[in-house]
Ligand binder design. Structure first.
Ligand code: HEM
Length: 492
């Protein structure tokens, strides 16, 4: 029968009636995060929509999402087998491939360990606290110099193009032990994108749900495939170079440490879960890919909020002046002493919700959520934007106000508030780069704001409407300006 069998005593999740064949696809054409937030007010936290003829479960509400992703984590940890995902990392992506079994678990653990060793673990060789601090500090210094130079030459500029290379260099340093020139065309052509990746990989891309669309010519899809091919080729070349110069007495970076794992694997030292060398080594694809777009987008939203709210920018700079001064460089260890800066970053994550949905999930077995029956293999969208703008959780959610995260005395972060922000997902599929991401955003911003004051050209209109995608960005804006902040001279 066409009707799905629902066990006795259980209900099917409610949802909007769709058109035959198309389902709700027309309603979702524009800003699905807003459309689905609105629909959730009518149908509730557990809702079913149809994209084409395929049913999709949409989860809203912090408690419901926690129930699914944390308490019933095993049931909801799958990834759907979506058409576009097969082009990412040759269909072997740790992040996007449908695997969520033992192989995925072992790869995720490997990725977490390698990341940690080459980012936030104490550095044995350098004067910095850790490699992450060293890399970010170096790139942030470069940005200060570069912004001053471009400002001199052009009088106003788009910071995105520079941010993205600096952030890519941080993850390149950890993954590949090398950095690129800011004019390197090969790197620029892959990282300086207009969200061509995010448009296709976003929740609700119609071609993932309506098979006939996969056979129609699509420029977006061709660009997406080409991008993934070039990306894999770029990483593959670096991996080959690493194999040639590999020395197991000197593990230089994440790629080396993964090669080391491949060799131990072959020696049969770790046979609990058999992993092919290919599946081990191409973990670095995922780390590199996830590591630059997210952090760059976070920084570019931060700069936009700073110029939209100059008083907030001033207050951050006062806090930096009081705590660090203008002589020495900010360090990661300063983060705990800068509550207002921290509150600003939290509010940037909440207000922009630039990752409106997590990457799509799917159920791994038949299950029940809030009394509703959900069959195995059901595609699941998790609406992070809804949580971050829920009137039940936030006072005036559309207002940008960092102070909502400060304790009454204003001296520390109120953890019950900050824990409500959903940006990195939750549970088994939670982002493995969360600490790195947060630390990076903090240190880039602290370094830039200690040295520079950001503003917009007078009289220029800017459009900060987020463009829907896996990560949402605002339209390119080349009206940023900066002024150097000079060291405060202490009076004799
Ligand atoms: C997954 C957010 C930075 C690596 C995710 C997910 C989100 C997210 C929402 C999906 C969670 C889900 O599907 O439920 C962010 C944000 C970042 C950031 C907001 C920065 C501000 C990073 C960095 C790395 C990274 C720096 C690595 C170097 C990953 C990986 C996954 C992931 C590998 C897939 C995990 C899996 O499927 O098991 N991230 N991320 N992320 N992130 Fe991040």
């Amino acid at each position: 029968s066409f009707r799905q069998h629902v066990p006795k005593g259980l209900k099917r999740p409610p949802g909007p009636r769709g058109y035959p064949i198309l389902g709700n696809v027309l309603e979702l054409r524009k800003d699905p995060h807003l459309v689905l937030t609105k629909l959730s007010q009518k149908y509730g936290d557990v809702m079913e929509i149809k994209i084409g003829t395929r049913s999709v479960l949409v989860l809203s509400g912090l408690d419901t999402i926690k129930q699914a992703l944390v308490k019933q984590g095993e049931d909801f940890m799958g990834r759907p087998d979506l058409h576009s995902f097969q082009y990412i990392s040759n269909g072997q992506s740790l992040t996007f491939s449908p695997d969520s079994g033992e192989v995925w678990k072992a790869r995720r653990k490997l990725a977490q360990n390698a990341l940690k060793t080459f980012s936030i673990a104490p550095s044995p060789t350098s004067s910095s606290t850790c490699l992450l601090e060293e890399h970010v500090s170096k790139e942030a210094d470069y940005l200060v110099t570069k912004f001053l130079q471009v400002m001199e030459e052009e009088k106003s500029f788009d910071p995105y193009r520079y941010l993205v290379v600096s952030v890519a260099n941080v993850i390149c340093a950890m993954c590949f032990g090398k950095c690129y020139d800011h004019n390197d065309q090969e790197l620029l052509s892959m990282v300086n994108l207009n969200n061509e990746f995010g448009e296709v990989a976003a929740s609700g891309n119609p071609a993932d749900f309506i098979p006939v669309l996969q056979y129609l010519p699509s420029r977006t899809m061709e660009v997406f495939k080409d991008l993934n091919r070039r990306f894999s080729a770029f990483v593959q070349k670096i991996i080959q170079e690493h194999y040639c110069s590999f020395d197991k007495e000197n593990i230089r970076d994440i790629t080396d440490s993964l090669i080391e794992h491949c060799q131990e694997n072959r020696a049969g030292e770790n046979t609990s879960v058999p992993l092919s060398s290919e599946k081990i080594i191409n973990i670095v694809n995922d780390l590199f890919g996830a590591g630059f777009d997210t952090v760059t987008t976070a920084l570019s939203w931060s700069l936009m909020y700073l110029v939209m709210y100059p008083d907030i920018q001033k207050r951050i700079q006062e806090e930096l002046d009081q705590t660090i001064g203008r002589e020495r460089k900010p360090r990661l260890s300063d983060r705990g002493t800068l509550p207002y800066t921290e509150a600003f970053i939290l509010e940037m994550f909440r207000h922009s919700s630039f990752l409106p949905f997590t990457i799509p999930h799917c159920t791994t077995k038949d299950t029940v959520l809030n009394g509703y029956y959900i069959p195995k293999n059901r595609c699941v969208f998790v609406n992070q934007w809804q949580v971050n703008h829920d009137e039940k959780l936030w006072k005036d959610p559309s207002t940008f106000n960092p102070e909502r995260f400060l304790s009454a005395a204003g001296t520390k972060i109120d953890r019950t508030e900050s824990d409500k922000v959903m940006t990195f997902g939750l549970g088994r599929r939670r982002c493995i780069g969360e600490s790195i991401g947060r630390w990076e955003v903090f240190l880039f911003l602290a370094t830039l704001l200690q040295q520079l004051e950001f503003s917009l050209c007078a009289g220029q209109e800017v459009d900060i409407t987020p463009q829907y995608g896996l990560t949402m960005k605002y339209k390119k804006c080349k009206h940023f300006q900066i002024k150097k902040r000079f060291p405060v001279k202490s009076s004799p």
